[in-house]
Design a protein around this ligand. Structure first.
Ligand SMILES: [Zn+2]
Length: 337
């Protein structure tokens, strides 16, 4: 849907709260929505701002450089269509095609991956990755010889399975960390037994990131078709992980603050075949929620954000949730040596 771009939403209260809409260049709603959530992740924009990008040659192909420019333009009064357009074309050159429907979670992870691959300042790229990094320990216990293999890795967002019936974010997170049995074609190689055996897999948390991103897996493949689950998933505005998933903390868990506040929601409406993305975000410097539907931005209440829990036919449903760790009082911050 193409709309006339209103530079700043007319509903904005004062200059500090303003937020910019983004023109839909035919099916760019997915990228537009992600840009609004990246813009509300000001830690990211601040880190990109520090980047000089002196070593970048083919800048039209460099995703982090174009992201830095578009996020800068979204915060300023400068002319926007050019950096926004350049960003879309830059993604296109990196195979995230223009005029195509995309999956917001895939594009989100693709952009973070480009940041790691294409920034010449590896220290800054590492800091950006650390914003989202959920460090985990995976335990795999062989059900025949009981030996345990442990591996550490990290996720940039938490992929959460949802059930066909009512769900809550807290419930989905709990089941993410529950033990799962791997049998049949999912059997893994056991070094002790010297062959593939059934096993029990469990995931434990090693550390939590400043920005905790959750992906509600609403798209399910069955028999070659993608189906969308419109069922209800409730989510809170504030989340205390020391209550929700305390059992999932590893003995090596780095205690660094476990309370989070929601600041962005990627919303999908429609079906798996034909959909539209919008975002609810809390921009920098305000506690207010805004709904960004391409160029159209309006202030909304938390009650309106809650309408995307789902469970109402083909209505709007939350697809990705972004939480920011609450600042801790001085002296209570754990050192993560
Ligand atoms: Zn074994």
């Amino acid at each position: 849907m193409l709309r006339i771009n209103s530079w700043f939403s007319s509903s904005m209260r004062g200059l500090s709260c303003r937020m910019r809409g983004l023109t839909n260049y035919h099916l760019s709603c997915c990228v537009n929505t992600l840009l609004q959530t990246f813009s509300a992740t000001w830690e990211l924009a601040d880190l990109l701002d520090k980047w000089e990008a002196a070593g970048v040659r083919a800048d039209g192909r460099n995703v982090p450089l174009q992201l830095k420019r578009v996020l800068g333009a979204m915060q300023s009064n400068h002319h926007l269509p050019s950096p926004h357009h350049d960003f879309l074309h830059c993604l296109d050159r990196n195979n995230v095609r223009l005029h195509t429907q995309h999956d917001a979670d895939e594009v989100f992870l693709f952009i973070l991956n480009c940041i790691q691959q294409q920034m010449d300042d590896k220290s800054l790229a590492f800091q950006i990755c650390s914003l989202y990094k959920i460090s985990v320990e995976t335990h795999l216990q062989c059900l025949e010889c009981s030996s345990v293999q442990t591996e550490t890795s990290y996720l940039l967002n938490m992929p959460l399975h949802i059930k066909d019936s009512h769900n809550s974010l807290e419930g989905c997170m709990k089941s993410f960390f529950e033990h799962h049995e791997l049998k049949g074609r999912n059997c893994c190689f056991c070094a002790q037994c010297g062959r593939k055996t059934p096993s029990k897999q469990g995931v434990k948390l090693l550390s939590l990131p400043p920005v905790l991103c959750m992906h509600l897996k609403r798209f399910r493949n069955s028999h070659g078709f993608t189906q969308k689950l419109n069922c209800q998933v409730t989510f809170p505005e504030t989340l205390d992980l020391s209550e929700t998933v305390k059992e999932a903390f590893s003995t090596n868990f780095v205690q660094n603050g476990c309370t989070y506040t929601l600041y962005a929601v990627v919303v999908h409406s429609g079906t798996a075949m034909m959909g539209h993305y919008t975002a609810f975000v809390r921009p920098r410097g305000t506690q207010c929620w805004y709904h960004a539907d391409d160029s159209h931005v309006v202030e909304v209440s938390w009650k309106e954000v809650q309408t995307v829990y789902g469970g109402r036919g083909l209505g709007q449903t939350a697809y990705m949730l972004m939480y920011r760790r609450d600042e801790q009082p001085e002296g209570e911050q754990a050192s993560s040596s």
